[in-house]
Design a protein around this ligand. Structure first.
Ligand SMILES: Nc1nc2c(ncn2[C@@H]2O[C@H](COP(=O)(O)OP(=O)(O)OP(=O)(O)O)[C@@H](O)[C@H]2O)c(=O)[nH]1
Ligand SMILES: [Mg+2]
Length: 328
């Protein structure tokens, strides 16, 4: 996927750099999915210690790290090795992440590479003043002591992230219990790539009511607990888009009383302002009455008679924060 720029008004002047870094096997599979669907303005980077797995991935840049430690054969599930491998590529990451405004980092926690290397990459990105949004998965409970490993990795990754989204693989057991493992992981990878695509395109594609990097930063930049929501429906049933967004079984979407929200609506050419208004009204009704809401909208021919909703909510109340912390 090439970085495409230069149409629309705001993009030309902002020249925003967005990098999406997938770390380890799970992270790379999410990158593969993102490369397939494409995210306007984002460059993908696949990082792994496993040469063979990396070969199977499509990304703008691929980095095999730590070959001096493990000859491209993985970490054997050891996060300390994953961390060392990332540290030995410190200079390369520094160069790669230089002048990047927004960095997404995605990894499956619990193994050696994603758990050990993702926090190192996040730290380098933060030191170079990027806004870092991490999206990580927690292993299945049946993966045993991988959960302990994952918890340690998550707390390090959280430390260096402006915002973090944590997804539980166990939820797959509730939602798609009969699917084979690779297809179930595919569902997670789809969700991760859709979230990254939606957030990126909010600020990289020109809109009727434009949102920019600073809008995103004002919602996600302060390290608070946040959640993201995506929903879709036809023009006739905007309520469905809101319901879908608020009921995603993989995300913590209880945002009652939240203090800040960014809401973005994309619709086909005939989307009326009243439908758009309905969607935003429904989304904001659960927020704190004094919440700061940033709103953007875009018309996209390809949406035809559909309406797509993306929302990022922060400033969750104490109970919700605790709920999320106990996962991490
Ligand atoms: N979303 C997603 N998660 C995965 C996938 N494969 C594994 N996982 C999860 O991610 C965790 C870490 O696995 P990997 O990503 O394969 O591990 P790694 O980071 O490559 O680490 P090592 O191979 O041990 O060096 C696993 O315990 C699973 O819970 C995948 O294809 N997609
Ligand atoms: Mg691996």
């Amino acid at each position: 996927m090439n970085r495409r720029r230069g149409f629309g008004n705001k993009d030309d002047s902002s020249g925003l750099d967005v990098l999406v870094v997938g770390v380890g096997g799970g992270g790379n599979n999410s990158i593969n999915r993102l490369s397939r669907i494409g995210a306007y303005g984002a460059k993908t980077i696949a990082v792994n210690t496993d040469r063979e797995h990396l070969k199977s991935i499509t990304a703008d840049t691929k980095m095999l790290i730590g070959k001096e430690h493990n000859k491209g054969l993985g970490t054997g599930g050891n996060p300390n090795v994953g961390m060392q491998c990332a540290e030995s590529a410190y200079g390369g990451f520094k160069k790669l992440l230089k002048d990047t405004e927004l960095v997404f980092i995605t990894a499956g926690m619990g193994g050696g590479t994603g758990t050990g290397a993702a926090p190192v990459i996040a730290e380098i990105a933060r030191k170079q003043k990027a806004m870092v949004i991490s999206i990580a998965t927690m292993p299945f409970s049946i993966e045993g002591n991988r959960r302990e490993t994952a918890i340690r990795g998550v707390s390090r990754l959280r430390e260096y992230s402006n915002s973090m989204i944590l997804l539980e693989n166990d939820k797959l057991l509730e939602v798609v219990p009969d699917l084979p493992m690779d297809q179930a992981f595919g569902i997670m990878d789809s969700l991760i790539s859709e979230l990254i695509k939606s957030v990126t395109e909010i600020i990289t594609l020109p809109s009727l009511i434009n949102l920019d990097y600073n809008d995103l930063k004002s919602v996600l930049g302060n390290g608070g607990v946040s959640t993201m929501m995506v929903g879709e429906s036809t023009f006739d049933e905007p309520k469905k888009a809101v319901e879908e967004a608020s009921k995603n079984p993989f995300l913590n979407v209880d945002y009652t009383g939240a203090k800040k929200a960014l809401i973005h609506v994309t619709g086909g050419p005939n989307l009326s302002i009243s439908k758009m208004n309905d969607v935003v009204d429904m989304m904001t009704s659960k927020l704190d009455p004094k919440a700061g809401v940033i709103f953007g909208a875009r018309i996209d021919e390809e949406c035809q008679n559909r309406i797509k909703l993306m929302s990022i909510v922060t400033g969750l109340n104490k109970g919700q924060k605790n709920k999320i912390k106990t996962i991490a």
